[in-house]
Design a protein around this ligand. Structure first.
Ligand code: FES
Length: 154
């Protein structure tokens, strides 16, 4: 094997060994301003199916820390939970899918409303439209606190 052939094989080997690292770096999730979910990837699933239909979607401590819990893989569709601004001992759960064109709304605690990042629709804590272009309310779920857990009925 001459020097040129040897160097070309070393080059191919280096590219082949670097490829998995490069692919892993490209697939890392970098969503830093999305609502808190019950895992770091925002692809949470609810747990503890019960006979009454409620499922645990997170802990009260997480809700109080981040102001909202997003569970994208809930049995009845995505769910976003907040503290009830009219009754801080309770919680409110909505489907965060904007009825206008399907973007995900987030809770803006300073405005006490859900806001859509796509076309600026706003919704009250109960899901009703405050500002268009959306004309339909966010759908809601039954939700409650039990012990240190947040539960939503799906
Ligand atoms: S998708 Fe929400 S306002 Fe258009």
């Amino acid at each position: 094997m001459d020097r040129r052939t040897f160097l070309s094989w070393v080059g191919v080997g280096w590219v082949a060994s670097s490829l998995p690292v490069a692919l892993a770096a490209c697939s890392a999730n970098s969503q830093s301003d999305s609502p808190q979910s019950n895992n770091s990837q925002g692809k949470s699933t609810a747990g503890n199916n019960r006979s009454d239909g409620f499922q645990t979607v997170g802990a009260i401590a997480d809700l109080d820390k981040s102001q909202q819990i997003l569970v994208e893989q809930f049995s009845a569709g995505p769910v976003l939970v907040i503290r009830n601004p009219l009754d801080p001992k309770g919680v409110v759960a909505v489907n965060p899918t904007c009825p206008h064109q399907g973007c995900l709304v987030t809770w803006k605690s300073e405005r006490k409303s859900f806001a859509c990042p796509c076309h600026a629709s706003q919704f009250a804590a109960d899901g009703k439209v405050v500002q268009g272009p959306a004309t339909k309310a966010l759908s809601t779920y039954e939700a409650k606190i039990e012990g240190t857990s947040v539960l939503v009925k799906g």
